[in-house]
Design a protein around this ligand. Structure first.
Ligand code: CS2
Length: 511
């Protein structure tokens, strides 16, 4: 949606104030505002990908940090790499880079916090040079990323960098006008090295297992293809901390814009989120960093057990509910988890398919963690749409779910629910509709390829699995395939997803 259609959504509050520097001091005390001098902020952080999640998570932590310490060196300059980011640029620009965060509690209460730590926004397609300069600037100490699971450009079946991507070919041929993150980081780091400056830390905030290690490997591979000296310098001098990030952040709707106004803020793009938030960061920064631990982040030596737990329990359960719930005709996570059958399937998935393959997580009781997850999913005030959850499922399924399936196959563990989800995703990708025939909004860069592969299942039931970039080699596992074929035949025969779920649960009980 463009900012212009957003501005047409209005609430009913005559005393609501527009959001900009001049109104900041006039908000009522029910709305918290930055307590620091925004004009003196320096942008120590350049952040790529200013979506809702960045605004509810890293920017929220950073704003709290600045409020708490008065340290003004950690403003954030936002970067959008795609033309589609123009709308958020326009919205922020018109509001002096301020926005409101609406924290929605299960009891219906909403807290409003105006976040002030964004200082600027650059749209890369308008001026790639300005983006490279900004990253290369002395004051930039961290370049952080939320570029989504797909943005890391690796082939999940091999874990290797995908040089066949046409945008990568473009960027290698046009190093000063790149499209993707690798070209920007490479150009900026090259300038820093040549001018004798220290590099910045590259800090990933995506739901990718070992996100720091992955971005490091991809970037170094990319640069090695044309400049081995720079590649060595990056490998040795730049740090790439791994991190686990967590806060459920639904897509902003017109209702949220109206709600912000009712609460007193006229904001063309507020962000809504749940109260829960967690950030576990490895302390590997080649330059300074904000002491985010002062406002609740956990700094650890090894983030692996936390990120595995979070991705495989939270994100994967989201995918389970997203796909099964969509076929059933549900619209939101909360609606899906309120159906006892779906709640039971999700708990069984977590307990029987994921928990057995998780390592111990220091300081975390997994049963509590799972109970909290169910409560978070059920927050009636958070309307997290299944369309958001199912968007870019190709990269989500391969990141969140396939590793669990593969590990269970290795140890002979349970995998019936994950298997059913893959079969259900095939039907979903084929028909783009619920089982009752309501059309589903499918947002996936791979939608067409998925649809073709899914459609072929009508003749050759395993066709959908013949996509190694998503499923690796699970098609070679006979017992997986036999079970999968059964689900495919049921689904294509029109058997209701609830009935198949019931059957899976009773087979669990029988075991
Ligand atoms: C979701 C995540 O997009 C998804 O599939 O699972 O956006 C999830 O809400 C966040 O990772 C929560 O931290």
């Amino acid at each position: 949606k463009t900012i212009f259609s957003r501005l047409t959504a209005r609430g009913q509050n005559m005393s609501a104030l527009s959001l900009n520097n001049s109104t900041l001091s006039s908000f009522p005390t029910s709305i918290s505002v930055p307590r620091y001098n925004r004009q003196s902020l320096k942008a120590g952080i350049v952040h790529v990908g200013v979506g809702g999640f960045h605004r509810s998570h890293q920017a929220f932590y950073t704003d709290n940090y600045i409020n708490h310490t008065g340290d003004l060196s950690w403003g954030i300059c936002g970067i959008g790499l795609r033309e589609a980011d123009r709308a958020i640029k326009q919205s922020l620009e018109a509001q002096d880079y301020l926005y409101s965060l609406l924290v929605k509690h299960p009891n219906g209460k909403t807290d409003t916090q105006i976040i002030g730590c964004l200082t600027d926004f650059l749209l890369a397609p308008d001026d790639p040079e300005a983006v490279i300069n900004k990253m290369a600037a002395e004051e930039t100490q961290i370049v952080s990323l939320t570029i989504t699971e797909g943005g890391y450009n690796y082939d999940p079946s091999t874990g290797e960098f995908d040089f066949s991507n046409p945008d990568i070919k473009h960027d290698l041929a046009n190093p000063n006008k790149p499209k993707l993150i690798f070209g920007y980081l490479a150009a900026a780091l090259d300038r820093r090295r040549k001018s004798g400056q220290k590099p910045f830390t590259v800090q990933s905030c995506d739901n990718v297992q070992h996100n720091g290690d992955v971005i490091r490997k991809m970037l170094v591979t990319y640069i090695s293809s044309y400049d081995s000296e720079l590649a060595d310098w990056v490998a040795n001098q730049v740090s790439f901390p791994n991190a686990m990030v967590d806060r459920i952040t639904p897509a902003t709707t017109d209702k949220d814009i109206a709600l912000a106004e009712q609460l007193g803020v006229i904001d063309s793009w507020p962000v809504t989120c749940e109260p829960f938030h967690q950030w576990v960061i490895e302390d590997k920064f080649c330059q300074q960093r904000p002491a985010w631990e002062k406002v609740g982040a956990q700094i650890v030596n090894d983030v692996t057990p936390y990120e595995t737990m979070k991705i495989r329990l939270l994100n994967a359960s989201h995918t389970v509910m997203g796909i099964l719930g969509s076929l059933r005709g549900y619209q939101t996570i909360e609606q899906t988890i309120s159906d006892p059958l779906f709640a039971t399937v999700v708990s069984n998935f977590m307990d029987n398919e994921v928990t057995p393959i998780l390592d111990d997580v220091p300081g975390i009781d997994l049963s509590d963690y799972k109970r909290t997850l169910i409560a978070r999913f059920a927050n009636p005030n958070i309307k997290d749409s299944l369309a958001r959850i199912c968007s870019q499922s190709a990269s989500k399924v391969s990141t969140f779910l396939v590793p669990t399936i593969v590990e269970n196959l290795k140890i002979g563990g349970n995998g019936a629910i994950a298997n059913l989800v893959i079969a259900a995703w095939c039907l979903y990708s084929d028909t783009h509709s619920s089982q009752q025939g309501q059309p589903l909004e499918v947002i996936d860069d791979m939608a067409e390829t998925l649809q073709q592969a899914a459609h072929a299942s009508r003749i050759s039931p395993l066709a959908f699995l013949e996509q190694p970039s998503i499923f690796g080699s699970i098609i070679e596992n006979e017992s997986f395939c036999n079970e999968y074929k059964y689900y495919i035949s049921q689904l294509y025969a029109g058997v209701a997803i609830e009935q198949i779920m019931e059957a899976v649960l009773s087979s669990y009980k029988a075991k």
